[in-house]
Design a protein around this ligand. Structure first.
Ligand code: RB5
Length: 149
């Protein structure tokens, strides 16, 4: 199950992503917003972040105007690794190396086709583990205030 969320600036991308998920038969849960009326992106970031960290959804996708604000909000929730993606290489590497659990994109910086392409890559790329497990564990330590460098 994929958690989907957006603000008005990302509504166009989420709509295109929903169509892609429907075509692929991939299940998703929508957390809003549901129109281009102006809303506050932290609300939707928080809902999707909670759905992912609670285990209700495996991965999440969040879209706002740039992908940045909504990623900042999601990353405030413990256990979230939300990545702003603007290219195919990033979509792949953030799953492989950062074990990202939420993909963030911006409706004002990319086309719907690009967003669907990055979604496809993100959802089909596994976590690499190995040496990256240690680094991802460090992110968790930073989050928990137990990291020492
Ligand atoms: C909304 O106008 C815009 O600020 C928002 O979609 C997002 O880009 C914030 O980072």
């Amino acid at each position: 199950m994929i958690a989907l969320g957006c603000d008005h600036g990302g509504f166009n991308l989420i709509t295109a992503i929903k169509k892609y998920l429907d075509e692929k038969g991939i299940e998703y849960k929508e957390f809003g917003t549901f129109s281009e009326d102006s809303v506050d992106y932290p609300i939707y970031a928080y809902k999707v972040a909670k759905a992912v960290t609670s285990g209700e959804c495996e991965l999440g996708i969040l879209c706002c105007g740039t992908g940045i604000g909504i990623s900042m909000a999601a990353n405030k929730v413990k256990g979230v690794r939300a990545a702003v993606v603007n290219n195919a290489f990033g979509a792949e590497m953030t799953r492989r190396h950062n074990h990202a659990n939420i993909l963030c994109m911006g409706g004002r910086v990319m086309s719907e086709e690009e967003a669907v392409k990055y979604t496809d890559i993100f959802l089909n790329t596994p976590e690499e583990g190995g040496r990256h497990d240690k680094r991802v564990a460090m992110l968790t330590e930073i989050e928990n205030g137990t990291f020492e460098a």
